[in-house]
Design a protein around this ligand. Structure first.
Ligand SMILES: [Zn+2]
Ligand SMILES: [Zn+2]
Length: 150
């Protein structure tokens, strides 16, 4: 996913889940370690962890985007926008945002396989023989999408 695609995704989710536009910038930031994303009150921009977006499906990364948009929209409306605030907890639950960033792949090589039929992604520590193993969800054919080194 490129920065442009990320920006478009954030704008779409903002309209769909919050019924309000996202009018600032969303970018990937390689220096983020364990956080999924950050909201910057000073300039209202968001940044996101590209490592998580590389290994998790949209069902997970959309939750990360919603989490940051909860900060964004609450701050914009001068409401409690921090994790401890009641407004934050309530809106996060209402839109289905994720509470915590999912774990990053651990040290060593990781192989990301994608099902050519249902699109589900799988992260494995070892090579899979794609001629012998099928998707655990739909039995579709797997394809090695990328190798991650950490
Ligand atoms: Zn947060
Ligand atoms: Zn599948």
């Amino acid at each position: 996913m490129t920065d442009q695609e990320l920006q478009a995704r954030v704008e779409t989710i903002s309209l769909k889940a919050f019924h309000q536009p996202f009018r600032h910038h969303a970018v990937f930031n390689n220096r983020l370690k364990t956080t999924g994303g950050r909201f910057h009150p000073a300039d209202m921009n968001l940044d996101f962890n590209p490592k998580l977006f590389a290994v998790y499906p949209a069902s997970v990364t959309d939750g990360i985007i919603k989490h940051e948009l909860v900060h964004y929209h609450l701050y914009d409306h001068h409401r409690g926008y921090q994790h401890r605030d009641h407004d934050f907890k309530q809106l996060l639950t209402a839109v289905g945002g994720s509470r915590f960033a999912p774990p990053l792949p651990v040290n060593g090589h990781q192989y990301v396989y994608v099902c050519t039929h249902c699109g589900r992604q799988f992260v494995r520590r070892r090579h899979i023989d794609v001629r012998r193993y099928a998707c655990g969800v739909c039995r579709g054919k797997l394809r090695l999408q990328k190798t991650l080194a950490s």
